[in-house]
Design a protein around this ligand. Sequence first.
Ligand SMILES: [Zn+2]
Length: 315
Amino acid sequence: MRFLSVFLLALFVAPLHAQKGPPVPDYPVDRVAEGVYVIHGPLTTPNPENQGFMNNPAFVMTSAGVVIVDPGGSLQSGEMVLRQLKKLTDRPVVAVFNSHIHGDHWLGNQAVRAAFPKATIYAHPKMIEMAKDGAGDDWVALLDRSAPGAADGTVPEIPDAAVDNGQVIRVGDVDFAIHHFGTMHTPTDLLISIRGGKILFTGDNLLNGRLGRSSDGHIGKMIEASDALVEKLDPEVVIPGHGRTGDRAMYDYAMEPFRIIYRVVKEQYENDVSDFEMKPVVVEALKEYRSWEEFDNLVGKIVNQAYLEIEEADF
Ligand SMILES: [Zn+2]
């Protein structure tokens, strides 16, 4: 009898337990400007250790409440982000911006929606379209493979408000200026500036301390459009998609590996060197960045993509 009840209990408890992964531990909140805070996530890709949390969720305090940019990559990441916010303020979250379609930036929407049902979640229309087509589910499946169990219970919460280039979203006393220049890191990117351009959120168009996957985007356009925007705004605080927040000098330093790759590949292409032979030359030119996270994993792929883009532009 006792055995049977334990068995029955297990029947009920086990599926419930399997529905939700463990909490993500608290990560410190860094104040990067007056009323602006960033939780700098790990630089690694999803793995059991980071439990799928790896981006830079940010808080902007406004007179109407809190705005979150990119609330994390899982239900558990979003819950951690809200726990940390609670230590700063009791004010409600009134809006969320999702910088692009990659799930490490927006699957935390679910936790925000649960806690603040009235918050507006903004994203580029292409991002909303791709999310509706299942891009969030693909990311949940990726988490399931790379950090098994960690993100269990995560269900993509699709943004409900489309925003595009040139729009300014006023939340309380803060204007959020929206920038979108077609395909850069992805076709869905929002770059967001506040305080007249002095503070810039780049999404994954800028990563500090690691190389980024570029296969959903266009490297040449990412460099060109990002550089043009930074030139125009002259930001004092730049918040990258991954890695430490910095100033304009950090921006230049962190964009440089992509500029180097493009420049070297272009020179080699013009000299009729094949993409296979280019890689060692590029790696040599990038020696200052060799310790960056994901370098060995991605440098060949980025060289190859740059080659294809340059070749395509040549025809
Ligand atoms: Zn991304």
